[in-house]
Design a protein. Structure first.
Length: 290
């Protein structure tokens, strides 16, 4: 987190003078100097950095240049929509991706396995913006089942969730299939079968659990990436999430919003990685910390 905050500080100063963005052309040089003093921009760079760290620790990241509202407050207001969208997408990816991977691993090389692998290739190849527009055309324009944009009830999240989940379904299917095929060839699986355990018990209770470590890693990374990478989906479906807010802020050079957004994303990604590390010890008792 400290590294991210430091990089943000350096990039902000490398981006140019914020006074040039804030001050209108009619402002005199004396007024510009007074504005710089009020913002602490006339201090040495080291002093500005210390003040910046202090503001970050207290959640004071300035106000939006355009709305005059606290930047962190604006980002947190939009955070809920993004989290709901990402959680919905990851649930869809889990519901379809894990069973597809298990089915493909149990029938390697057969028709069902080849079909699921073909679907996973399509899922990895179709651009998000194209899939989103296609789903709107089919389910909103033609069938009129789900709304195409805006924020209302759960129906507004169905199409964007599937848009984000499609690639993850393909990824999870391949990960589970590859890991499970490797585990099913291990000696402990043959021993379990020799004891008379059913194939379902051997697969789900023994082999699948050991195959989950790489999957959990990918799941955590994908969750974190979606929190900061759902901007296209939020834009296509006109969802008021924090990624769309950040995109607008970048276009308008609204620096406080961008800083607050980056820090929130970095914090969430750090917590997700911590949760994934902790989950390892529950999935595999051989993984210990200390």
């Amino acid at each position: 987190m400290w590294a991210v905050v430091t990089v943000v500080f350096v990039l902000l100063h490398a981006a140019g003078d914020p006074i040039a963005v804030l001050a209108p052309e009619t402002m005199t040089q004396a007024q510009r100097a007074e504005l710089a003093h009020s913002l602490g921009l006339d201090l040495p760079l080291s002093a500005q950095y210390i003040h910046f760290l202090d503001d970050v620790l207290h959640g004071h990241l300035g106000v939006s240049f355009y709305t005059s509202q606290p930047a962190m407050e604006l980002v947190l207001q939009r955070l809920g929509v993004t989290v709901e969208l990402v959680v919905a997408a990851m649930v869809v990816a889990l519901v379809f991706g894990v069973p597809f991977g298990v089915i493909a691993a149990l029938r390697p090389g057969r028709f069902l396995d080849r079909s699921l692998r073909l679907i996973s290739v399509l899922g990895s190849s179709i651009p998000t913006f194209f899939l989103g527009i296609l789903l709107i055309l089919i389910f909103s324009v033609e069938l009129e089942i789900f709304p195409s944009s805006g924020l209302g009830d759960w129906r507004n999240f169905v199409l964007p969730a599937f848009t984000l989940a499609f690639y993850r379904i393909a990824l999870f299917t391949r990960l589970i299939r590859t890991a499970l095929i490797g585990e099913l060839s291990q000696d402990y699986v043959r021993t379990a079968r020799a004891k008379g355990l059913s194939e379902i018990v051997v697969t789900l209770k023994h082999a699948l659990r050991n195959a989950l470590l790489p999957f959990v890693t990918a799941f955590g990374l994908q969750f974190g990436q979606l929190l900061g990478g759902a901007v296209i989906t939020e834009t296509i479906f006109a969802l008021p999430g924090m990624n769309r807010l950040a995109l607008d802020a970048i276009a308008r050079l609204d620096y406080p919003i961008v800083v607050a957004y980056v820090i929130v994303i970095a914090g969430l990604f750090t917590l997700i990685n911590l949760a994934v590390d902790i989950a390892y010890s529950f999935i595999d008792p051989r993984v210990t910390y200390g």
